[in-house]
Ligand binder design. Sequence first.
Ligand code: 13P
Ligand code: MG
Length: 404
Amino acid sequence: MTRLPGSPDNRPQRKSEGQLTVEKITLSVIKANVGGYVGNADTHEDVLEKARESLSKATSKGLLVDSWTARCGDDLALMMTHEKGVESKDVHKLAWETFTACAEVAEKLHLYNPAQDLFSESFNGTLRGLGPGVAEIAFRERPCESFIIFLADKCELGAWNLPLYKMFADPFNTAGLVIDPSMHEGFAFEILDIVENKTLTLQCPGDLYDLIMFLGSRGRFVVNKVIRRVDGMVAAITSWPRPLGIGHTAGTDDPVLIVRCQNGLPTIGEATEAFAFPHLVSGWMRSTYQGPMMPVAFKDARSVRYDGPPRVTAAGFQLANGEFVGPVDLFDDPAFDNVRRKAIEIVEYMRRHGPFEPHRFPHDQMTNTPFPPLLARLEDRMVRNDADAKKKKKQTASAAEDGE
Ligand code: 13P
Ligand code: MG
């Protein structure tokens, strides 16, 4: 079993090593970029250590049942189980204080852009609107509770659209949709319009074509959660979108996805198979480029080539009375080598476009960058063709009057 960076000895203390009866457990995965090392590539070990220390204390005090700390590129993720329910003020405060303490470490080490994803001076009761990405799910633990926490770097929230469609709506990816009676009724997708802040729930397979209509526009419509139709069980949940208008220096979502697996849900293999095609996502280089999403082992979750390419890790866990058993580094599998090779081929192809679309974002998506002011400098050198035509017409008319 491969563990996340940091030795097993550093593992935060659990609430108890014995049997623990937990009525309803909440799994909270909260992530933020608190400072990159070096640049936007990775996360410093001292930052991770500070996070472990903070969560370990919270576990000893009884706030958490268990915790795990991970990184994907320059993003730090706190994986926590507790009994406080979703959007718990105590748990969000713990995450905020942990990130703040980690940002102080980043500041001391002069790391890149400390506190990049912390948009507020203080915590006001919820992480909503403050910058960190939050994916939370509360459930009654199944006798065998298998799940995967996917972490991504250099991409926006819509990067999950295609894999989630494959996992929960495409029988060519997920055999269980056809042969498992609990899955045969299909799954509902709650999707969010991130511009108009509206949600819509589509029932698949009936609403499949409508689903694709929305999910194809990954910059605008994203999946909030996926629900098993037969009984309403939440099968997958994504992190919140970041506040709009935060400026280009704030980076990308670099989102989180939790997928529950097995026993009437996609198997671990069906969930990870959705990443066997390195689809194009947005958020690479200065958050203005598109590139393939490359599934990688934990050790390779550092974004170096052209600050990327976008990448995803998969941490597979079991839960035992709220305590983490794992993780297994699911993309640390030679069977994904060809996917990575394909991703690298796509990188070569996309990079040859240099600063041209579609490698660089389309023009109208560059509004959140220094691009518009740079273009504005040339405004007075722009000649309006329609105005010019009018001027010429006027000149011709007056020349005719003069009998020329
Ligand atoms: P992050 O969103 O991971 O901070 O990356 C910013 C970027 O695009 C670096 O080139
Ligand atoms: Mg990042």
